[in-house]
Design a protein around this ligand. Structure first.
Ligand code: NAD
Length: 309
């Protein structure tokens, strides 16, 4: 049974890595796919067509405002509609903060954060118009791509982490705003072996396929795609979620929240705060057995933190 028969889906950055796996699974599930990437999109389209699926390539940058509009227009002009957008495209420019250049910062923020906004904005404009014309909800979905580096503070990734944490916040706000049109917005924080992780020695080592060909290949990028397809399909009723996905593990993140507080009906002095705040932090530490900043939902994640460079 195909879960997305005749649905029209855009996957950005789908020329390789996770995006390619998403695009292939969407096509196997019956969707018509716009495969976007700066390079490699045509090869993935050929692969989909060779297995009897429908796909079209787009080579615009998600970070370009007019390009993002063309990505959305490609879906509507080629396949007559749009039902799901997967914001997946991304780049890395890892460096310690003290060595980071303006261009390292700008390029990462632009591709991830502006790219996610630009594609979402153009898709949302299309869906708002469609909702007005049809007088009902459009039953559409967006899946954004965050990262443990943003949600759990990856060292040497202040640019990437800020963009990825921003994407999680953006997606949750978008979920609230777009629900009136029938558009759901969810976010994944994946972990997988891809061209993005290959150059980093620790990841290359940790993500290596198992020697035993019959053992589960936890870091196979294809393990991430079923959750993306589910979130993008009408099978999923949820919106505003931030989902961790790695191998056979699917988890739900919980966002920022006040976990302990000092309360009184008057202003604190600096000296009073100096005395009281240690108790506040300590209360949290003893309640949880650890400081909040030490919580790391991915097993072994701390081993993947980069050495200072
Ligand atoms: N692999 C992981 O463990 C991991 C972990 C957390 C988050 N992510 C995120 O998952 C997404 C996919 O990453 P991946 O690991 O498959 O990496 P990848 O490098 O294999 O794929 C990213 C793709 O995005 C494309 N791209 C880059 N800039 C673009 C632009 N401006 N417009 C269109 N396409 C563009 C690249 O050409 C590439 O094919 C990214 O957003 C990444 O940050 C990956």
């Amino acid at each position: 049974m195909q879960h997305l028969k005749d649905r029209v889906v855009i996957v950005t950055g789908a020329g390789g890595g996770l995006g390619r796996e998403h695009a292939l699974l969407f096509a196997r599930e019956g969707a018509k796919v716009v495969v976007n990437d700066l390079g490699g999109a045509s090869a993935v389209v050929d692969e989909i067509r060779a297995s009897g699926g429908e796909a079209v390539a787009n080579t615009d940058s998600v970070a370009d405002w007019a390009g993002a509009e063309r990505i959305v227009r490609t879906a509507v002009e080629e396949f007559g509609d749009l039902h799901a957008l997967v914001n997946n495209a991304g780049i890395l420019r890892d460096r310690m903060l003290v060595s980071m250049t303006e261009s390292d910062w700008d390029s990462v923020i632009t591709v991830h954060l502006k790219g996610t906004f630009a594609c979402t904005r153009h898709a949302a404009g299309y869906w708002r118009q469609k909702a007005k014309e049809t007088g009902g909800p459009v039953e559409a979905a967006i899946v954004c791509t965050s990262s443990g580096s943003g949600l759990l503070n990856g060292v040497a990734q202040s640019n990437y982490g800020a963009a990825k944490a921003g994407i999680a916040a953006f997606a949750q706000i978008a979920a609230k705003e777009l629900s009136r049109y029938g558009v759901r917005v969810n976010t994944i924080a994946p972990v997988a072996r891809t061209p993005m992780t290959a150059p980093t020695e620790e990841f290359a080592e940790m993500f290596r396929p198992p020697a035993d060909a019959d053992a589960f290949d936890v870091f196979d990028a294809a393990n991430v795609s079923p959750l993306v397809v589910y979130l993008a399909s009408t099978l999923c009723p949820y919106t505003g979620g931030v989902w961790q996905v790695m191998g056979g593990e699917v988890g739900l993140f919980e966002g920022w929240q006040v976990v302990a507080s000092l309360q009184r009906e008057s202003r604190w002095s600096v000296e009073e705060l100096r005395k009281e705040i240690a108790g506040l932090v300590g209360a949290r530490a003893s309640a949880e057995g650890k400081l909040l900043s030490e919580a790391k939902p991915f097993a072994g994640w701390e081993a993947t933190l980069r050495e200072p460079r």
